[in-house]
Design a protein around this ligand. Structure first.
Ligand code: SF4
Ligand code: SF4
Length: 378
C-alpha cells in the first residue's frame, strides 16, 4: 500500500491510494460544551436531504449522548474492539489504523456492516449517565463530574483519507479538489454497500428502493456560494463553526478553524487512531474525565479543557466562540479587538460583528406608562 502522511497521527501510514490533498479542505469545529441535543441540526438536515422514500431511517446528521449513545448501534465500540490496542507515545500514534490492521488480501480495511436493527434506534442511550447510579442526596461536583454524559453531534467527516472511497470497488466515491467534500456518484454506484461497511463512523447509508448508497453531501450547493451548511446555520446552541482547515505546514492564525485546531490545539478529530484524518473537530467537554476523552479524541485533551476554562480571560478565544452561529456565511477570517469580534467572508467583507460581553441594561421595576411592575428588570 502507498504511504501517506497523516498529521493527526504524527506519522506516515498505509492508505490504498497515493496522497492527493485537495486545494481546500472543508473543516468544522463543534463545541461540545454548548450542545443541548435539541436535534435542530438533525431535522434541518433531514428536511433538506433525506425526506424521501427509502431514506426514513437516515440521519446524515445525528446527535448521540456519550458514552452510551450510538447510531448505528455500537458503531464505535465495534470498530475499536476490532482494531485492538491503540497506543500513543509523545503525540505519535504507535498502534495500527484500520488500513494497517487489515490483512490486505481479503480486505483493504477493517469494517463493520450494521444491520437494519442497528439503524433503527438513533436515540439509544440518550441522557444515560456514566459513573454508576446516583444515590439519594448525591449531586454533581465540579470541576470533573463523577456522573456525566455529553452530547456528540456527528456528520460525515469529509475525511482526508476516506475509507468509504477506498472501499468502493466501482470507484463511485470521489473527493472534490476544490473543497475536499466527499460525494457518491449515484450513476456509478451499484449498492454493493462496501462503503457502508468501510466507513467506521457509520456515515454511508444504503437506500433500498434506489439500490445505491447515500451520504452527507456537506450541503455543497450552499458551500459553493460561500454559505454554511444547514446543520451549521440552524444550530440553536451556536456550537458550530465552519470554514477551511490547512492540512500542510502553513497555518493561518486569523482563520477560525485553523486557529482552534492547529494553533490553539483545542479542537480534536473523532477517533483519529482509525487513520482517516477526519475533518470535523470537537472542543472537548470540560466536565468529563480526560482519560475517556483521550481514547476518543487523542492526546492533548487536558490542556484543551484548561484553556477552555480560562476563556473568560482569553479575549481572542472568547471572541471567536461568540462568532459561531452569528452569520449564515462561511467566515474565512476573524479578528478580535477592543471587546468586539468580527468575521469576514470570502470577499473579505464583514459579515458578523459581535460584542464579547453583551451590554446589560437595568430598567426601573415600575413601568409608569403601563402602570405595571416588571418581573424582570434586565
Ligand atoms: S442544533 Fe446545535 S445545539 Fe441543537 S443538537 Fe444540533 S448541534 Fe446540538
Ligand atoms: S466519515 Fe465515512 S462517509 Fe464520511 S468521508 Fe469519512 S469514511 Fe467517508
Amino acid at each position: 500500500m502507498p504511504k501517506v502522511f497523516n498529521w493527526q497521527l504524527g506519522r506516515e501510514m498505509d492508505y490504498p491510494y497515493e496522497q492527493a490533498l485537495p486545494e481546500k479542505q472543508i473543516g468544522m469545529v463543534f463545541d461540545t460544551n454548548k450542545c443541548i441535543a435539541c436535534q435542530t441540526c438533525s431535522m434541518a438536515c433531514k428536511m433538506t436531504w433525506t425526506s424521501g422514500r427509502g431514506q426514513e431511517y437516515m440521519f446524515w446528521n445525528n446527535v448521540e449522548s456519550k458514552p452510551y449513545g450510538t447510531y448505528p448501534t455500537a458503531w464505535d465500540v465495534a470498530i475499536l474492539e476490532k482494531l485492538g490496542p491503540q497506543t500513543w507515545e509523545d503525540g505519535v500514534y504507535t498502534g495500527k489504523t484500520i488500513f494497517e490492521a487489515a490483512d490486505g488480501l481479503k480486505e483493504k480495511m477493517l469494517g463493520i456492516l450494521p444491520d437494519d436493527a442497528d439503524w433503527a434506534h438513533p436515540n439509544i442511550g440518550e441522557d444515560q449517565i456514566a459513573g454508576g447510579s446516583v444515590a439519594q442526596g448525591e449531586h454533581l461536583n465540579e470541576p470533573i463530574h463523577k456522573f456525566w454524559y455529553f452530547y456528540l453531534p456527528r456528520i460525515c467527516n469529509h475525511c482526508s483519507y476516506p475509507a468509504c472511497l477506498a472501499a468502493c470497488p466501482r470507484k463511485a466515491i470521489y473527493k472534490r479538489q476544490e473543497d475536499g467534500i466527499v460525494l457518491i456518484d449515484q450513476s456509478r454506484c451499484r449498492g454493493y454497500r462496501e462503503c457502508v461497511k468501510g466507513c467506521p463512523y457509520g456515515k454511508s447509508m444504503f437506500r433500498p428502493n434506489h439500490e445505491t448508497s447515500e451520504k452527507c453531501v456537506a450541503c455543497y450547493p450552499k458551500v459553493e456560494k460561500g454559505l454554511q451548511t444547514q446543520c451549521v446555520e440552524q444550530c440553536i446552541g451556536k456550537i458550530r463553526g465552519q470554514g477551511w482547515i490547512s492540512l500542510g505546514d502553513k497555518v493561518r492564525e486569523d482563520h477560525p478553524i485553523d486557529y482552534l485546531v492547529r494553533v490553539r490545539k483545542m479542537a480534536f478529530p473523532l477517533y483519529p487512531q482509525l487513520g482517516l484524518s477526519p475533518n470535523v473537530y470537537y472542543i472537548p467537554p470540560i466536565h468529563v474525565p480526560a482519560d475517556y476523552l483521550e481514547q476518543m479524541f487523542g492526546p492533548g485533551v487536558k490542556e484543551a479543557q484548561e484553556a477552555y476554562k480560562n476563556a473568560p480571560n482569553d479575549e481572542t478565544l472568547r471572541g471567536l466562540l461568540v462568532l459561531f452561529g452569528s452569520s449564515p456565511e462561511i467566515m474565512e477570517r476573524f479578528e478580535v479587538k477592543n471587546g468586539v469580534a468580527r468575521g469576514y467572508n470570502r470577499e473579505n467583507k464583514m459579515v458578523a460583528e459581535v460584542p464579547i460581553t453583551e451590554p446589560l441594561t437595568l430598567r426601573e421595576a415600575k413601568d409608569i406608562r403601563l402602570d405595571v411592575y416588571r418581573m424582570d428588570v434586565t
